[in-house]
Design a protein around this ligand. Structure first.
Ligand code: AHR
Length: 675
């Protein structure tokens, strides 16, 4: 270990502390009655990553469409497809709406496209208008609306002739088509509506503000054509005006806010497996996700549904900027997921080498798009989207959990060489396979070390006990090797529920990240979001429905670490006659506030008597904030519809440099001592 600021005695005590199971016998020499925590507040400490605690967003569990992306219409561009889910088609989640004796039909067309990336649209043929012929959409499990709030409906449309059924003599030609868009309650009541007379045979954009007069969580958006004739429609959309920071094409305010409240230092996106995709044709391609929404190219989400990419790179970067987080986009390392084509572990496909230069150019273009001047080719697109200033991209992930094959290595090597040559300022985050050990892990590390990749991404989903057993993992890492991004981790307890035990195991891991913040540069829990009724993976950090957000106990742990992070680690040692194997501590200083922050995790089911020695702190009383997260597992579980009863409790107090503390059973305690 390379902790130059430790005295030898402190170092020895530290070893006793961090290796309680292995070296428990050694500690019998000191013989204190209690577990004693000593924090060296007077020594300089070691600089640790200021970006340590961030988040990982992946469009899994309907996290994007039907989730963070505030769009309320589902399949508004008529691009759903049977390759995404059996039985899906361009009209999925739409139905024919016939009102007051109207007759007609819906058809899916590709003849005169709004944009080549958007290859289907709907055609309404009105035979007998009645009170209207059209189509209705119930969004994602019903459209939630709030009385008095403003919603913006928009769509593209043009008139069309209906083949040989009508001629210009029918008197239809030249007459506009009256179109009404309504928000309807479950019982058919009209909550708000707007109408247009649509004239012309070229695509035009229409929009209106609608203010529903009643709150409901199960409305439908209904488009009705009200005269004989034909009307083509595409990109039908309904957004609340109240998106996060009121951005157009923005994010769902309540979900974005709880993410912002985590105070993440970075956001990794768009995956995960989603990034490298199910086969190379399923790569998440950033260029398909920018520009006007109707010109973006949606595609199958490998998690078994459709990604509209309405939430695309511009929106991700904008969100990062809004909440003060570094963007950490992850691009495929020129290979697809090894589980592609339903071939577990064997389906990795590589970009043909003849196409690799073009692929690499896409990545260089991404950096220009993010950081280049508004006058540059790609920077100008960012500026056109409303952001002339560079976004300040610093990190770029290349690859995700890839199998470390020769196909991977050849492509990664070329990508990395090009990034290094053209953008030495970018911190490339490589990958070391899906697991925290094993063949890919070992080979991935050896490869990353040989190439001197700045940082590598490690993943671990494991039992709470695994986390406690591995708290020393990073104590032994080579300080001269690539840094670590603990990019996906979660303690999986029984039935993969969000238990207090899992959250405390993660808290313990976070203390080890802080202690090793000179090695662990970044860390993020996974996955972040899950829509109830569309949850494909558990546990997750935040659950939601169309109207509600449910935080978990694991959320609170992440929030507490992120909100109480620091940039200097202070030597923190433990000593005891029989050290608790479920006690983890760390101490940091935050240079902005000057505050000293001590975190104590007691994973035992009994209270733990502690003595805390803040060595070097001047004598006297010091104002402090104490935050305690504790309770029973039963209170902490986030069952359907019920938030956990366990929440962080805050209290103000004064403390002296040496004090006793009874750490509650199953608890995380944070002392934030004011500068
Ligand atoms: O977090 C869910 C998935 O777990 C990610 O997509 C993948 O990287 C990992 O296997």
């Amino acid at each position: 270990m390379n902790y130059p600021f430790f005295s030898l005695r402190a170092l020895r005590r530290s070893i006793i502390a961090v290796l309680p199971c292995w070296f428990g016998a050694l500690s019998t020499t000191a013989q204190p009655q209690k577990n004693t925590i000593t924090v060296q507040t007077g020594l300089p400490g070691k600089a640790i990553s200021p970006d340590l605690f961030g988040i990982f967003f992946e469009d899994l569990n309907y996290a994007a469409d039907g989730g963070l992306y505030a769009e309320l219409v589902q399949n508004g561009s008529f691009e759903y497809d049977s390759t995404e889910q059996t039985g899906w088609n361009a009209l999925s989640f739409w139905e024919l709406a016939l009102r007051g004796g109207g007759t007609g039909k819906l058809g899916v067309k590709s003849a005169r496209l709004l944009h080549a990336n958007n290859p289907h649209y709907v055609a309404i043929t009105v035979e007998k208008p009645g009170d209207g012929v059209g189509l209705a959409n119930g969004g994602f499990d019903g459209i939630p609306l709030k009385a008095g709030e403003v919603y913006e409906v928009s769509f593209f449309a043009h008139q069309f002739f209906m083949g040989r059924q009508w001629s210009s003599d029918d008197g239809i030609k030249g007459k506009p088509m009256p179109v009404t868009v309504r928000l309807e309650a479950e019982n058919g009541d009209v909550l708000a509506e707007a109408s247009w007379d649509i004239a012309g045979y070229d695509w035009q954009h229409f929009s209106a503000k609608l203010t529903p007069n009643r709150t409901t969580d199960n409305a439908r958006l209904v488009v009705l054509a009200k005269a004989q004739g034909g009307i083509a429609l595409d990109e039908i959309s309904l957004f609340p005006s109240n998106t996060f920071r009121h951005h157009p094409n923005g994010l769902r305010a309540d979900l974005a806010q709880v993410i912002a409240d985590l105070k993440p230092k970075f956001i990794r996106f768009p995956g995960g497996c989603l990034a490298h995709g199910d086969g190379i044709s399923n790569f998440y391609q950033w260029k398909n996700t920018i520009g006007p929404v109707e010109q973006r190219k949606g595609q199958r989400n490998l998690w078994g549904y459709h990604q509209s990419v309405g939430l695309g790179y511009f929106e991700y970067f904008q969100f990062c900027e809004d909440i003060g987080a570094q963007p950490l986009p992850v691009v495929p390392a020129g290979v697809s997921c090894q589980n592609s084509d339903s071939s577990p572990g064997m389906g990795q496909q590589g970009v043909p080498l003849t196409e690799l230069d073009a692929y690499i150019q896409d990545l260089l273009d991404l950096i220009e798009w993010a950081n280049g001047p508004a006058t540059s080719k790609w920077g100008s697109l960012r500026a056109a989207a409303g952001h002339p200033a560079p976004f300040g991209l610093k990190y770029l992930g290349v690859g995700n959990e890839d199998k470390i094959t020769s196909v991977f290595k050849e492509r990664f090597q070329r990508i990395y060489a090009a990034l290094k040559a053209n953008h030495p300022e970018i911190v490339v985050v490589g990958t070391v396979g899906p697991f925290p050990d094993g063949e890919d892990f070992a080979q991935g590390w050896a490869f990353a070390k040989a190439l001197k990749v700045p940082t590598v991404d490690e993943h671990y989903y494991a039992s709470p006990q695994w986390f406690w057993d591995n708290l020393q993992r990073y104590d032994h890492y080579d300080r001269t090797a690539p840094k670590v991004y603990a990019g996906e981790y979660a303690a999986h307890d029984k039935d993969r529920r969000n238990t207090l035990r899992s959250a405390l195991a993660e808290a313990a891991a976070c203390t080890s990240f802080e202690r090793n913040g000179d090695v662990v540069q970044l860390a993020s829990y996974a996955p972040l979001l899950a829509r109830r009724t569309h949850t494909q993976w558990t546990p997750d950090m935040i659950y939601f429905t169309g109207t509600d957000v449910f935080l978990t106990i694991n959320y609170y742990v992440q929030q507490l670490f992120s909100q109480n992070s620091g940039d200097t680690y202070l030597a923190t040692t433990l000593s005891a006659a029989s050290p608790s194997p479920t006690l983890a501590v760390s101490s940091v200083r935050d240079s902005k506030s000057g505050d000293l922050i001590v975190k104590i995790v007691n994973g035992a089911t009994t209270t733990l008597a502690l003595s805390v020695d803040l060595a070097g702190l001047p004598a006297g009383n010091h104002p402090a904030l104490k935050i305690v997260l504790s309770g029973t597992d039963a209170d902490a579980v986030n069952e359907d519809g019920k938030p956990p009863r366990v929440k962080p409790e805050r209290s103000e107090l004064t403390i002296t440099p040496v004090f006793d503390y009874e750490a509650p059973a199953n608890s995380l305690t944070i002392f934030r001592i004011k500068a």
